[in-house]
Design a protein around this ligand. Structure first.
Ligand code: GLU
Length: 321
């Protein structure tokens, strides 16, 4: 095993102005979980005198819909979660992602992968809920094998990862360590349809937009070591990370954009106003001592990144009520 990279979570110590971000994928309406993580992102930035960037993550052209872009922006505004810069988009930025991709290619770290989803699953038989680790099937194909396979299938492009541990301190989850080759494997940076993968786009965008603070759901925690590794390879700065618990339904299942009951319109109908929705979410997650109606601005009074409520430090989920 080679490299060990350490990245520490710091509150702003006067070096860089804090810039957080909202990065919704416009594939559905926001639900309580999305609102909670946006609220924490906003509080982290604003409690340090920082700014918020709005980036619409519409990389997946097929699933992204204009009506959801309009809805998500209206939802943030209705909730008092105002942003300072943007909206920025991902569509039409292929040339920018390509520059980063070419840098990785020049380092000799990219190879074509012809595996189908079915092949991959057959190769590793992952158990339900277990993380998929790419076994390196296509890493050592020779040029004639690559040529032969490319006649039948357009490959995705994977990044070779080292046998190295990425280590960082998450503001909510504490110290996180991941061995890239054993726990992740070579990962896709360009899909077989030519689209750049989420991991690459997000790293390029965060750096270009000056994001210093990333707050998102803990379901993306295992992506962060890949992103930190890409930042290292591309010479980009590392933001501070905060992975907040997911809001789960009574049966422990995470809320998804399909859970209509937790969608903002229904929440407003149930609680009476956007302020009451924010107050309820703040109360059940421990951001506020009660579920009384509140604006994000009012919650700033009791928010401190250095002493987060016990209800979500180290926690992976909070039950929706
Ligand atoms: N666009 C992703 C989502 O809406 C979030 C990605 C990120 O925060 O890095 O789930």
């Amino acid at each position: 095993m080679s490299l060990i990279k350490t990245h520490t979570c710091k509150t702003n110590q006067g070096e860089l102005p804090v810039k957080g971000r909202f990065a919704p994928s416009p594939t559905g309406r926001m639900h309580a979980g999305n609102i909670f993580s946006a609220l924490v992102a906003w509080l982290i930035a604003k409690s340090q005198g920082g700014k918020i960037v709005l980036r619409i993550e519409d990389l997946d052209a097929q699933r992204s819909k204009q009506r959801y872009i309009d809805a998500v922006m209206g939802d943030f505004e209705a909730l008092g979660l105002f942003w300072d810069e943007g909206p920025f988009f991902q569509h039409g930025r292929e040339e920018v992602y390509e520059i980063a991709y070419k840098k990785l290619e020049e380092k000799g770290l990219i190879y074509p992968c012809f595996c189908t989803r079915a092949d991959l699953h057959a190769a590793s038989a992952p158990h339900a809920g277990e993380r998929f680790v790419y076994p390196g099937t296509c890493r050592n194909l020779d040029s004639s094998q690559r040529l032969e396979k490319s006649l039948v299938r357009t490959p995705a492009k994977r990044l070779i990862v080292p046998d190295a541990i990425v280590e960082f301190d998450d503001c909510v989850q504490g110290r996180v360590c991941q061995n890239l080759s054993r726990e992740c494997g070579d990962f896709v940076v360009r899909r077989s349809d030519g689209a750049y993968a989420y991991q690459l786009a997000v790293v390029v965008d965060d750096a270009e937009q000056g994001v210093t603070s990333v707050t998102r759901g803990v379901d993306l925690l295992s992506s962060t070591p890949q992103q930190i590794h890409l930042q290292e390879l591309l010479g980009l700065p590392h933001p501070q990370y905060a992975h907040v618990p997911l809001i789960t339904a009574h049966d422990g299942r995470r809320l998804s954009k399909r859970d209509k009951d937790a969608e903002l319109d229904r929440l407003i109908a149930r609680f009476g106003s956007p302020r009451a929705v924010i107050g309820h979410i703040a109360g059940i997650t421990g951001l506020a001592p009660s579920c009384d109606p509140s604006t994000p601005e009012e919650l700033l009074d009791c928010f401190d990144l250095r002493s987060l409520p016990e209800s979500f430090v180290d926690r992976k989920s909070i039950e929706w009520k």
